[in-house]
Ligand binder design. Structure first.
Ligand SMILES: [Zn+2]
Length: 302
């Protein structure tokens, strides 16, 4: 064979090997995510369209396989990021973000927990900035999108309940979305309101130990809340209001994966309301929360 023929054959062989690696590594990822969705679909009539995007495939830039078959997930992640495919499909773990509320609340009722007859509004309108006039649902999404990027930069996969204000997703449904893909952690982003304009500071909420429905996820949720609170203390100068156990939140009680809720600060405090919309401060909050999640995920593995 000529030199040219030889290199063409070599290239074809290399491409074939890479294709095999793709075929090998994709199969378990796609099928596990599909089956998780199917089982969820049996319990909730809910369309989780975003997860269909969890395995973007691009094999346009074949690379020599670098990783042994013992770590197919990592091999795929490396190739996916090298190809600059949209969100990494396999990563350090899947974090589900829920930017609280939406443009229009939904006052229809839903059970506050799977084993309760008590009901609450499906989703409320949230609070509003006294100085900025900004609705809470807008602030929640702004910070959530920064948090999404911060988590992706740390090697996590991120899915979100919404990236739009014009949705109608109840708090129970938001929990079920994270359940459906068996997220490692669900993180709900909210901002606080109070009758007193003096109330200020962030807090991290987690499921109360006395709630039967969330007993299995309570210790891990508490651990995540602790890590996030510590990271907020380290990463911001804002006042900490500490951790708060809650038994009354549908978004907690329907969750089957560890879940926390971060109250970023008080939109009813004029100074804090303005601060919460400063881009640098939003980035500080997002980075701190991402650090806290990072610490939690590391501790969980050990
Ligand atoms: Zn809220």
């Amino acid at each position: 064979m000529s030199k040219l023929q030889t290199s063409v054959v070599t290239a074809l062989l290399a491409f074939g090997a890479v294709s095999l690696v793709f075929a090998y590594t994709q199969t378990p990822i796609v099928s596990s995510s599909d089956s998780a969705l199917q089982s969820a679909a049996q319990t909730v009539p809910l369309v989780v369209s975003s997860s269909a995007e969890s395995a973007p495939v691009s094999n346009e830039s074949p690379m020599a396989p670098q990783t042994s078959q013992a770590q197919p997930a990592q091999a795929y992640a490396q190739e996916a990021s090298a190809a600059e495919a949209a969100p990494a499909s396999v990563s350090r773990g899947l974090i589900y973000l829920d930017p609280g509320h939406q443009r229009k609340g939904n006052a229809q009722q839903e059970p506050v927990s799977p084993d309760s007859k008590e009901t609450k509004a499906k989703v409320t309108g949230g609070t509003r900035g006294v100085a900025t006039g900004k609705p809470e649902y807008v602030l929640n999404l702004e910070v959530s999108l920064l948090l999404k990027e911060a988590l992706i930069a740390r090697g996590f996969e991120v899915q979100m309940t919404r990236e739009d204000h014009d949705v109608d997703i109840s708090n129970a449904e938001r929990a079920e979305m994270a359940n459906a893909v068996n997220a490692q952690l669900a993180v709900r982003i909210h901002a606080d309101g109070n009758d007193s304009p003096k109330a200020k500071g962030y807090s991290v909420l987690y499921p109360d130990a006395g709630v039967r429905a969330t007993r299995s996820i309570q210790p891990a949720s508490r651990m995540a809340a602790e890590s996030i609170l510590e990271a907020l203390k380290a990463g911001t100068d804002a006042a900490s209001r500490g951790m708060v156990a809650r038994s009354d939140l549908s978004g907690f009680n329907w969750s089957k994966v560890p879940v926390v809720l971060i109250e970023l600060g008080f939109m009813t405090n004029p100074a804090e309301d303005k601060q919460l919309s400063v881009p640098e401060y939003q980035q500080q909050l997002a980075d701190a929360i991402a650090d806290g999640i990072d610490t939690y995920m590391k501790n969980k593995e050990n």
